[in-house]
Design a protein around this ligand. Structure first.
Ligand SMILES: Cc1ncc(COP(=O)(O)O)c(C=O)c1O
Length: 388
């Protein structure tokens, strides 16, 4: 019998037949402006020619070689990562998804400190495996899955005082997103990140920065935490780093890395040649196209355009938060019906938190796309108000 999918993901009622750049097409040939982009993974656009070319080239050589063997594709990837990683994070390990990489970061913190507690934040999201779920805040995702391997404490995001009170020598690590994505597009303040760094040093806890959604230029910095000038002990990257191909990595400082040994971790597909070819091509695009600068500029143009619609529709929208091309519009109601309306008008977006309409557009959006997105939003808002 033909199996059906487990019901974890609500279906969007749209069958995609083609995708290119910032657009996808349905079976009838209808085009959609995609600000959903595979939960942000396709930040370089769908099928970026450089990514496709690198994958094809690698496919013609070999695709199943484990990290036990040396390869040119790995050498090249490490050389290129050396160009964009914070200089003190000089050891990496490749995995396949954001959750897996966060899982390794948490394992490392346990191993290095011998401690069991983790400090995380209200509205955090770090993944769906047991350890990462244990440091993910949303009770809806956690329900029925405890006990978790870590004892997590959740304090309010951007609240230095709460961290000062909670963090002590029993904690292995603090894990933080520089901008909370799934939790509602909530940017951190530089003071908050700086205080985390200071307090971690004081207590001997490791600072883990989860850049799975924020990293690779999206917020206007290669890594979003760089805005605050902090030096995390561990950084976790995923989504955009493979240009849409599944790959993630953990980057650690030498002091952390030198305390780890053979056998501490492993993965059959982690660091497979296709993934590494994709990362190399993605880094080349990031550098040659100066993606952080583009994200900063286009992000502020798009936010401005959306703000105009927000101001005209105060009954629907409450506010807008953004950091580069990571944009959330806070709605006065649950965004599901509005997201469906946008989709029916040719714009793909998705939800964050309980009330936030989330846009994760690719860096290559044009002025025309920005005008079109605002127009679709405006039309949807006027129809929505009539219906509501
Ligand atoms: C900040 C953050 N961490 C971790 C994850 C989990 O990544 P993945 O879905 O690739 O396992 C996500 C996914 O949305 C994320 O936004």
């Amino acid at each position: 019998m033909r199996p059906s999918l487990l019901p974890f993901i609500q279906q969007r009622g749209l069958k995609i037949s083609r995708a290119e750049g910032q657009y996808v097409w349905d079976q009838e040939g209808r085009r959609y402006l995609d600000f959903y982009m595979g939960y942000g993974a396709a930040f370089l656009g769908h099928r970026h020619p450089k990514i496709v070319e690198a994958l094809k080239e690698q496919l013609s050589k070999f695709m199943t070689v484990t990290p036990a063997f040396e390869t040119d594709v790995r050498e090249k990837c490490l050389d290129l990562l050396g160009e964009i990683l914070p200089v003190h994070l000089d050891m990496v390990y490749f995995l396949n998804s954001g959750s897996e990489a966060n899982e390794l970061a948490l394992k490392i913190a346990r191993k290095i400190t011998g401690r069991k507690k983790i400090l995380a934040f209200i509205n955090s999201f770090h993944g769906r495996t047991l350890a990462t779920l244990g440091v993910t805040w949303n009770p809806k995702y956690r329900e029925g899955f405890d006990p978790f391997p870590y004892e997590a404490t959740f304090t309010p995001y951007n609240n230095v005082e709460a961290v000062e009170k909670a963090l002590n020598e029993e904690y292995a690590a603090v894990i933080v997103e520089p901008v909370q994505g799934e939790g509602g597009i909530i940017p951190s303040t530089p003071e908050f990140l700086k205080a985390l760094e200071r307090k971690c040093r004081e207590c001997g806890a490791l600072l883990i920065v989860d850049e799975v959604q924020t990293g690779f230029g999206r917020t206007g910095y290669i890594w979003a935490h760089q805005k605050a000038g902090i030096r995390p002990d561990i950084m976790v990257a995923g989504k955009a780093v493979g240009g849409g191909f599944p790959v993630s990595f953990v980057a650690v400082s030498g002091e952390v890395g030198e305390n780890l040994k053979e056998g501490d971790h492993g993965s059959t597909y982690g660091g497979n040649p296709l993934a590494l070819a994709a990362v190399s091509a993605a880094v080349e695009v990031l550098i040659s196209e100066n993606i952080p600068a583009q994200a900063m500029e286009k992000g502020s143009a798009l936010s401005e355009a959306l703000k105009t619609v927000l101001e005209e529709n105060g009954k629907i929208f409450r506010g807008l938060r953004s950091e580069g091309l990571m944009i959330g519009m806070d709605m006065r109601s649950t965004p599901g019906p509005f997201i469906r309306l946008l989709q029916s008008k040719g714009l793909l977006a998705f939800k964050a938190g309980l009330t936030v309409l989330r846009f994760l557009p690719p860096y290559l959006i044009t002025e025309r796309d920005i005008v079109d997105a605002a127009e679709i939003l405006r039309n949807a808002a006027s129809e929505y108000e009539v219906r509501a």
